[in-house]
Design a protein around this ligand. Sequence first.
Ligand SMILES: NC(=O)c1ccc[n+]([C@@H]2O[C@H](COP(=O)([O-])OP(=O)(O)OC[C@H]3O[C@@H](n4cnc5c(N)ncnc54)[C@H](OP(=O)(O)O)[C@@H]3O)[C@@H](O)[C@H]2O)c1
Length: 256
Amino acid sequence: MKVAIIGAGNMGSAIAGGLAQGQFISTEQITVSNPSNEKLERLKASYPTIHITNNNVEAAMQADLIIVAVKPWLVESVIRPLKLKKPQLLVSLAAGVSFEQLAHYANSELTMFRVIPNTAIEQQASMTVIAERNASTEQQQTILSIFSEMGRAMMLPENQMGAATALASCGLAYVMKYVQAAMQAGVESGLRPHEAMTLVAQSLEGAAQILLNTSTHPSLEIDKITTPGGLTIKGLNALEHEGFTSAVIKAMKAAQ
Ligand SMILES: NC(=O)c1ccc[n+]([C@@H]2O[C@H](COP(=O)([O-])OP(=O)(O)OC[C@H]3O[C@@H](n4cnc5c(N)ncnc54)[C@H](OP(=O)(O)O)[C@@H]3O)[C@@H](O)[C@H]2O)c1
């Protein structure tokens, strides 16, 4: 499968790197297009056999899969000249650009995917949300497999993309905010910032591994840590007195 990535910014470059390091697509089959050269040259330095160009049409012409990774307001002007046609597959990363809009910019019969990774894609640890239009089960599986190489990927109906993006993409910023707050507490208690950050980040990693690798539930895991009359319940109750649960729900709903 030949892949064209249009836009070599944060997302485009991370996906190019993820694909180049993965098993599905060989580096020679990847072309990345961007108007300026610096990011392209950085990619070429890391993956010498990758193709780079400043010409989007040339990149897309021979590709089976076209990944559009430009800012949402550029999507229309980037997609229209590509004149994509079946059986080419279009993947749009643009947050907030619906299938209905994409169908106006490209052939409406085209198979399309809306893909929303989060910034952990740079570490190949993204939670990527995917919706499809006109895709066969096999095509859905292909796109799921490609993005699963860069973390985890989940197929959802388009009308759930907003909720899922709030949890998975905006949620990453909320988790960072939690880490920052916990670090401030640790530093006040005498820990060095990098020690505090490692303590919190590894605890998050542990929590994530427990939840993702076993068929458990947060309530069960909280019970295991919470000794009656102990310290953890004092902290948990302090969080609730400050409205922690309500604040998280409000943040998730505000970002949809
Ligand atoms: N960042 C995130 O967390 C995130 C998460 C999910 C989805 N997304 C979506 O991913 C898309 C890309 O975001 P990003 O953060 O990667 O943006 P970015 O870093 O600004 O990258 C956009 C790239 O597009 C290039 N570009 C501009 N005009 C172009 C054109 N006409 N043809 C080809 N390339 C062009 C830019 O090149 P120059 O710099 O040379 O102008 C830049 O390298 C957005 O639609 C965003 O909504 C982002």
